[in-house]
Design a protein around this ligand. Structure first.
Ligand SMILES: O=C(O)C(=O)Cc1ccccc1
Length: 302
Protein backbone atom coordinates (compact mmCIF):
# COMPACT_ATOMS: atom_id res chain seq x y z
CA UNK A 1 0.00 0.00 0.00
CA UNK A 2 1.40 3.42 -0.96
CA UNK A 3 2.02 5.77 1.94
CA UNK A 4 0.52 9.23 1.47
CA UNK A 5 2.07 12.03 3.49
CA UNK A 6 -0.09 15.00 4.48
CA UNK A 7 1.05 18.51 3.49
CA UNK A 8 3.73 19.94 5.80
CA UNK A 9 2.71 22.86 8.05
CA UNK A 10 3.63 26.42 7.07
CA UNK A 11 4.84 28.95 9.68
CA UNK A 12 3.45 32.47 9.21
CA UNK A 13 3.50 35.83 10.97
CA UNK A 14 0.39 35.65 13.15
CA UNK A 15 -2.00 35.81 14.81
CA UNK A 16 -4.72 34.78 12.34
CA UNK A 17 -5.84 37.36 9.81
CA UNK A 18 -2.51 38.86 8.75
CA UNK A 19 -1.71 39.52 5.11
CA UNK A 20 1.08 36.98 5.57
CA UNK A 21 -1.49 34.32 6.53
CA UNK A 22 -3.35 35.03 3.29
CA UNK A 23 -0.09 34.64 1.36
CA UNK A 24 0.52 31.34 3.21
CA UNK A 25 -2.99 30.14 2.28
CA UNK A 26 -2.29 30.89 -1.37
CA UNK A 27 1.23 29.44 -1.37
CA UNK A 28 2.08 26.05 -2.79
CA UNK A 29 5.56 25.21 -1.42
CA UNK A 30 5.95 21.71 -2.86
CA UNK A 31 4.84 22.82 -6.33
CA UNK A 32 6.09 26.39 -6.50
CA UNK A 33 4.75 26.89 -10.03
CA UNK A 34 1.21 26.65 -8.62
CA UNK A 35 -0.62 28.81 -6.12
CA UNK A 36 -3.96 28.86 -4.32
CA UNK A 37 -3.79 25.36 -2.89
CA UNK A 38 -4.81 26.17 0.67
CA UNK A 39 -4.13 22.60 1.77
CA UNK A 40 -1.27 23.21 4.22
CA UNK A 41 -1.97 23.51 7.95
CA UNK A 42 -0.80 26.96 9.07
CA UNK A 43 1.09 27.67 12.31
CA UNK A 44 1.20 31.27 13.64
CA UNK A 45 4.44 32.72 15.07
CA UNK A 46 4.72 36.13 16.78
CA UNK A 47 7.64 37.47 14.71
CA UNK A 48 9.21 37.07 11.28
CA UNK A 49 12.47 35.86 12.80
CA UNK A 50 10.60 33.19 14.80
CA UNK A 51 9.00 31.92 11.55
CA UNK A 52 12.39 31.66 9.85
CA UNK A 53 14.10 30.11 12.89
CA UNK A 54 11.36 27.47 12.99
CA UNK A 55 12.38 26.37 9.49
CA UNK A 56 16.14 26.72 10.05
CA UNK A 57 15.95 24.50 13.16
CA UNK A 58 13.71 21.91 11.50
CA UNK A 59 10.67 22.64 13.70
CA UNK A 60 8.65 23.49 10.57
CA UNK A 61 9.15 22.63 6.92
CA UNK A 62 8.04 25.99 5.46
CA UNK A 63 7.59 29.65 6.33
CA UNK A 64 5.94 32.54 4.51
CA UNK A 65 7.33 36.02 5.22
CA UNK A 66 6.79 39.53 3.78
CA UNK A 67 9.82 40.85 1.85
CA UNK A 68 8.99 44.11 0.17
CA UNK A 69 6.16 46.58 -0.14
CA UNK A 70 5.64 48.68 -3.26
CA UNK A 71 5.29 51.85 -1.17
CA UNK A 72 7.45 51.33 1.93
CA UNK A 73 10.23 49.17 0.48
CA UNK A 74 12.06 46.22 2.03
CA UNK A 75 11.04 44.45 5.23
CA UNK A 76 14.32 44.72 7.11
CA UNK A 77 13.47 41.94 9.62
CA UNK A 78 13.17 39.43 6.78
CA UNK A 79 16.36 40.48 5.02
CA UNK A 80 18.39 40.57 8.25
CA UNK A 81 17.12 37.15 9.35
CA UNK A 82 17.91 35.58 5.97
CA UNK A 83 21.45 36.95 6.19
CA UNK A 84 21.94 35.70 9.77
CA UNK A 85 20.34 32.25 9.59
CA UNK A 86 21.98 29.36 7.77
CA UNK A 87 20.44 26.82 5.45
CA UNK A 88 17.36 28.67 4.16
CA UNK A 89 16.18 28.92 0.56
CA UNK A 90 13.41 30.78 -1.30
CA UNK A 91 11.05 28.45 -3.19
CA UNK A 92 8.31 30.78 -4.37
CA UNK A 93 7.32 34.47 -4.42
CA UNK A 94 3.75 35.77 -4.23
CA UNK A 95 2.75 39.38 -4.83
CA UNK A 96 -0.54 40.35 -3.20
CA UNK A 97 -2.57 43.56 -3.43
CA UNK A 98 -2.81 45.28 -0.03
CA UNK A 99 -6.06 47.05 0.88
CA UNK A 100 -5.99 48.41 4.42
CA UNK A 101 -9.13 48.83 6.56
CA UNK A 102 -9.56 50.70 9.85
CA UNK A 103 -11.53 48.56 12.29
CA UNK A 104 -12.78 48.85 15.84
CA UNK A 105 -15.83 49.54 17.99
CA UNK A 106 -15.70 53.37 18.04
CA UNK A 107 -19.00 55.08 17.27
CA UNK A 108 -17.22 57.91 15.41
CA UNK A 109 -13.67 58.53 14.14
CA UNK A 110 -13.31 61.45 16.63
CA UNK A 111 -13.53 58.92 19.50
CA UNK A 112 -10.36 57.07 18.43
CA UNK A 113 -7.30 57.79 20.60
CA UNK A 114 -4.92 54.99 19.55
CA UNK A 115 -4.35 53.23 16.23
CA UNK A 116 -2.41 49.94 16.35
CA UNK A 117 -0.74 48.23 13.42
CA UNK A 118 2.47 46.92 11.90
CA UNK A 119 4.87 49.84 11.15
CA UNK A 120 4.58 49.17 7.40
CA UNK A 121 0.78 49.46 7.52
CA UNK A 122 0.92 52.66 9.64
CA UNK A 123 3.39 54.14 7.13
CA UNK A 124 1.26 53.11 4.15
CA UNK A 125 -1.74 55.01 5.61
CA UNK A 126 0.08 58.04 7.05
CA UNK A 127 -1.59 60.70 4.87
CA UNK A 128 -5.06 59.29 5.53
CA UNK A 129 -4.33 59.06 9.28
CA UNK A 130 -3.01 62.64 9.36
CA UNK A 131 -6.15 64.04 7.77
CA UNK A 132 -8.83 61.80 9.38
CA UNK A 133 -7.37 60.94 12.81
CA UNK A 134 -4.96 63.80 13.65
CA UNK A 135 -5.67 63.29 17.38
CA UNK A 136 -4.71 59.60 17.46
CA UNK A 137 -1.44 58.12 18.74
CA UNK A 138 -0.01 55.57 16.29
CA UNK A 139 1.28 52.44 18.05
CA UNK A 140 3.50 49.95 16.16
CA UNK A 141 2.82 46.23 16.63
CA UNK A 142 4.59 43.04 15.49
CA UNK A 143 1.85 42.27 12.94
CA UNK A 144 -1.33 43.93 11.69
CA UNK A 145 -3.53 41.64 13.81
CA UNK A 146 -1.56 41.52 17.10
CA UNK A 147 -3.86 43.96 18.94
CA UNK A 148 -7.20 42.94 17.42
CA UNK A 149 -8.40 41.40 20.70
CA UNK A 150 -7.78 44.70 22.49
CA UNK A 151 -10.17 46.65 20.24
CA UNK A 152 -13.01 44.25 21.04
CA UNK A 153 -13.30 45.88 24.47
CA UNK A 154 -11.69 49.32 24.02
CA UNK A 155 -13.71 51.61 21.73
CA UNK A 156 -11.04 54.34 21.82
CA UNK A 157 -8.62 51.92 20.12
CA UNK A 158 -8.62 50.96 16.43
CA UNK A 159 -6.50 48.66 14.26
CA UNK A 160 -5.35 48.83 10.64
CA UNK A 161 -5.54 45.36 9.07
CA UNK A 162 -7.22 43.59 6.13
CA UNK A 163 -10.96 43.33 5.51
CA UNK A 164 -10.50 39.58 5.92
CA UNK A 165 -9.16 40.21 9.47
CA UNK A 166 -12.26 42.31 10.29
CA UNK A 167 -14.47 39.44 9.14
CA UNK A 168 -12.50 36.83 11.13
CA UNK A 169 -12.66 38.89 14.38
CA UNK A 170 -16.22 40.11 13.66
CA UNK A 171 -15.15 43.75 13.98
CA UNK A 172 -16.91 46.69 12.28
CA UNK A 173 -14.94 48.35 9.45
CA UNK A 174 -14.80 52.10 10.14
CA UNK A 175 -13.10 53.10 6.84
CA UNK A 176 -11.71 51.23 3.82
CA UNK A 177 -9.53 51.47 1.82
CA UNK A 178 -7.31 53.85 3.76
CA UNK A 179 -3.94 53.18 2.11
CA UNK A 180 -2.48 56.34 0.56
CA UNK A 181 -1.58 54.58 -2.71
CA UNK A 182 -4.27 52.46 -4.41
CA UNK A 183 -1.71 50.19 -6.11
CA UNK A 184 -0.16 49.13 -2.78
CA UNK A 185 1.14 45.56 -2.98
CA UNK A 186 3.52 43.36 -0.98
CA UNK A 187 5.84 40.58 -2.09
CA UNK A 188 6.07 37.48 0.12
CA UNK A 189 8.60 34.64 -0.02
CA UNK A 190 7.95 30.97 0.69
CA UNK A 191 11.04 29.73 2.53
CA UNK A 192 12.26 26.18 3.10
CA UNK A 193 15.57 24.55 3.92
CA UNK A 194 18.24 24.77 1.26
CA UNK A 195 19.13 22.14 -1.26
CA UNK A 196 22.79 21.23 -1.68
CA UNK A 197 24.60 23.68 -3.97
CA UNK A 198 24.63 21.22 -6.84
CA UNK A 199 20.84 21.22 -6.80
CA UNK A 200 20.44 24.97 -7.08
CA UNK A 201 18.83 24.43 -10.46
CA UNK A 202 15.90 22.89 -8.63
CA UNK A 203 13.14 24.08 -8.33
CA UNK A 204 14.17 27.09 -10.44
CA UNK A 205 12.04 29.81 -11.92
CA UNK A 206 11.98 33.32 -13.28
CA UNK A 207 14.06 35.02 -10.55
CA UNK A 208 17.19 34.41 -8.48
CA UNK A 209 17.94 36.17 -5.18
CA UNK A 210 21.31 36.46 -3.53
CA UNK A 211 23.05 38.52 -0.88
CA UNK A 212 26.69 39.44 -0.53
CA UNK A 213 29.07 41.54 1.53
CA UNK A 214 32.25 43.00 0.05
CA UNK A 215 35.74 42.73 1.54
CA UNK A 216 36.70 46.38 1.08
CA UNK A 217 34.93 49.70 1.35
CA UNK A 218 36.77 51.29 -1.61
CA UNK A 219 35.69 53.33 -4.66
CA UNK A 220 34.07 51.09 -7.24
CA UNK A 221 33.78 48.04 -4.93
CA UNK A 222 30.14 47.49 -5.90
CA UNK A 223 30.99 47.89 -9.57
CA UNK A 224 32.65 44.44 -9.72
CA UNK A 225 29.58 42.31 -8.90
CA UNK A 226 27.37 44.58 -11.01
CA UNK A 227 29.76 44.08 -13.90
CA UNK A 228 29.38 40.30 -13.58
CA UNK A 229 25.61 40.65 -13.94
CA UNK A 230 25.96 43.07 -16.88
CA UNK A 231 28.48 40.86 -18.71
CA UNK A 232 26.21 37.82 -18.33
CA UNK A 233 23.17 39.79 -19.56
CA UNK A 234 21.38 39.37 -16.22
CA UNK A 235 18.83 42.08 -15.47
CA UNK A 236 18.64 43.17 -11.82
CA UNK A 237 15.05 43.68 -10.69
CA UNK A 238 16.09 44.92 -7.22
CA UNK A 239 19.13 45.92 -5.22
CA UNK A 240 18.92 46.88 -1.58
CA UNK A 241 21.53 47.37 1.12
CA UNK A 242 21.35 46.62 4.84
CA UNK A 243 24.04 47.42 7.43
CA UNK A 244 26.23 44.38 8.27
CA UNK A 245 25.93 45.45 11.95
CA UNK A 246 29.65 44.61 12.29
CA UNK A 247 31.06 48.09 11.73
CA UNK A 248 29.59 51.42 10.64
CA UNK A 249 29.49 52.00 6.89
CA UNK A 250 29.66 48.30 5.89
CA UNK A 251 26.74 46.79 4.02
CA UNK A 252 25.12 43.59 2.82
CA UNK A 253 23.64 43.88 -0.69
CA UNK A 254 20.47 41.97 -1.54
CA UNK A 255 19.98 41.47 -5.27
CA UNK A 256 17.15 39.96 -7.31
CA UNK A 257 17.99 38.89 -10.85
CA UNK A 258 15.74 37.96 -13.74
CA UNK A 259 16.73 34.54 -15.04
CA UNK A 260 17.06 33.88 -18.74
CA UNK A 261 14.00 31.84 -19.91
CA UNK A 262 16.21 28.88 -20.85
CA UNK A 263 18.16 28.92 -17.55
CA UNK A 264 15.93 29.07 -14.45
CA UNK A 265 18.87 29.34 -12.04
CA UNK A 266 22.20 31.13 -11.70
CA UNK A 267 24.94 29.56 -13.85
CA UNK A 268 27.99 28.05 -12.07
CA UNK A 269 30.13 30.58 -14.00
CA UNK A 270 28.31 33.54 -12.42
CA UNK A 271 28.46 31.93 -8.97
CA UNK A 272 32.22 31.34 -9.33
CA UNK A 273 32.79 34.96 -10.44
CA UNK A 274 30.78 36.29 -7.47
CA UNK A 275 32.61 34.01 -5.02
CA UNK A 276 35.87 35.60 -6.17
CA UNK A 277 34.57 39.10 -5.44
CA UNK A 278 32.40 38.77 -2.35
CA UNK A 279 33.56 38.49 1.26
CA UNK A 280 30.48 36.36 1.98
CA UNK A 281 28.03 35.21 -0.71
CA UNK A 282 24.63 33.72 0.07
CA UNK A 283 22.61 32.17 -2.74
CA UNK A 284 19.04 32.51 -1.56
CA UNK A 285 17.33 30.56 -4.35
CA UNK A 286 15.85 30.55 -7.84
CA UNK A 287 12.06 30.53 -7.83
CA UNK A 288 8.87 31.42 -9.74
CA UNK A 289 6.88 34.59 -8.94
CA UNK A 290 3.06 34.66 -8.82
CA UNK A 291 1.84 38.21 -9.22
CA UNK A 292 -1.72 38.20 -7.87
CA UNK A 293 -1.93 42.00 -7.76
CA UNK A 294 -2.78 42.28 -11.45
CA UNK A 295 -5.74 39.95 -11.65
CA UNK A 296 -8.50 42.23 -10.41
CA UNK A 297 -8.29 41.04 -6.82
CA UNK A 298 -8.11 37.61 -5.24
CA UNK A 299 -10.83 35.37 -3.89
CA UNK A 300 -9.96 35.22 -0.18
CA UNK A 301 -9.89 31.69 1.20
CA UNK A 302 -11.49 31.40 4.67
O1 LIG B 1 1.17 40.27 7.36
C1 LIG B 1 0.85 41.22 8.08
O2 LIG B 1 -0.30 41.48 8.38
C2 LIG B 1 1.91 42.06 8.62
O3 LIG B 1 1.81 42.56 9.69
C3 LIG B 1 3.06 42.38 7.71
C4 LIG B 1 2.56 43.27 6.62
C5 LIG B 1 2.24 44.58 6.93
C6 LIG B 1 1.74 45.41 5.92
C7 LIG B 1 1.56 44.92 4.64
C8 LIG B 1 1.86 43.61 4.35
C9 LIG B 1 2.38 42.77 5.36
Amino acid sequence: MALTSSPAPVAFLGPAGTYTELAALLACPEQPHLHSQGSHPLVPYPTIIACLEAVATGQQEWAVVPVENSVEGGVSMTLDALWQLEGLQIYQALILPIRHALMGRAKALEQIEQVYSHPQALAQCQVWLGSHLPQATLIPTRSTTEELDRVQTQPMAAVIASERAAALYKLPILACPINDHPDNCTRFWVIGRSQPKADLASPGGSHTSLAFSLPENVPGALLKPLQVFAEQGLNMSRIESRPTKKSAGTYVFFVDLENAPDQPYLSPKVIAALEQIAETLKLLGSYPVHDLSKQGGIAFPN
